[in-house]
Write a protein that binds this ligand. Structure first.
Ligand SMILES: [Zn+2]
Length: 277
């Protein structure tokens, strides 16, 4: 039996699965219980789990959690902790790396970029069938490329990241800064005079991020996902009409842009981690 876990700023979700499919599911608030405690509780009841795959909304390296702006860490050296204490093998990767693995398998493509627009702006890249990792497993941090100087501060501590414009947390920060009272949705923002500026800045920044991704990685398919994309289906056409000015022409012509058809790509990717290593 295997365990797959997906942890973000709000929820920890997990499923137990074997060759016959998913046998059990688990869900709890990631604000109330730490990741290690959550897994330990499951292992104490289910003694036939042999592998654990974790999709983590933060930076991880060699089985260790090294940074997580939205999640409290109870055990950072998580791979060693569980492999020493229990008879299991543990694999942990960034959530967008997991999502990219899941989308590449689902779409049967070897050159794919997956961009999630939710609380943050996260990217996973599969190139020639392999996940792009970088020297320290920290590649493709698109949310933190310099974009425009602001008075707001990003989760990483800087004041010029593109995530401050093209993410759910960015939208919330602008609403607070401009003292608006509307809901943090693009639809609601477009009904307010100052809100329109936030919505326009969001669309321009997201188009710029997507243009940059296509120019840098030359994917066959770029898959968009995450809460903001799910809640705004019209964004796909808006982006397609805007990205020309941000993208190197020959690369743009070769790239198809779609929205994800997977319900939970990071968790699906966590299930694949045991076969990747
Ligand atoms: Zn940043």
């Amino acid at each position: 039996m295997n365990l797959a876990v997906d942890i973000g700023g709000t929820w920890i979700r997990a499923c137990m699965f074997d060759d016959f499919g998913v046998q059990k599911t688990f869900k709890t608030s990631s604000q109330e219980v730490g990741l290690a405690k959550f897994i330990e509780n499951i292992l104490e009841k289910e003694d036939d789990i042999k592998t654990i795959g974790i999709s983590y909304a933060g930076q991880v390296q060699n089985g260790m959690i090294i940074d997580s702006p939205n999640i409290k860490v109870d055990i950072a050296n998580i791979k060693e902790y569980f492999q020493t204490k229990f008879d299991v093998k543990l694999f942990i990767e960034n959530d967008l790396t997991c999502a990219a693995l899941a989308e590449a398998k689902h779409l049967k493509k070897d050159y794919i970029c997956v961009l999630h627009v939710g609380t943050g702006l996260g990217l996973g890249v599969v190139d020639n069938g392999r996940v792009l990792k970088g020297y320290s497993n920290l590649s493709a941090e698109i949310g933190h490329i310099p974009y425009k100087k602001t008075t707001l501060t990003c989760g990483c501590g800087r004041k010029n990241c593109i995530e401050l414009f093209a993410s759910g947390s960015g939208i919330k920060k602008w609403i607070k800064h401009l003292k608006l009272t509307c809901k943090p949705t693009l639809e609601a923002l477009k009904l307010e005079k100052d809100g329109i500026k936030i919505a326009n800045e969001f669309e321009a920044a997201l188009s710029s991020a997507i243009g940059t991704i296509i120019t840098l990685y030359n994917p066959q398919i770029l898959v968009l996902g995450g809460g903001i994309i799910d809640a705004n289906p019209s964004l796909l056409d808006i982006i397609k009409s805007k990205i020309k000015i941000y993208t190197l022409k020959p690369t743009l012509g070769n790239t198809e842009i779609i929205t994800s058809s997977l319900k939970d790509a990071p968790l699906i990717g966590a299930k694949l981690l045991k076969d990747e290593s």
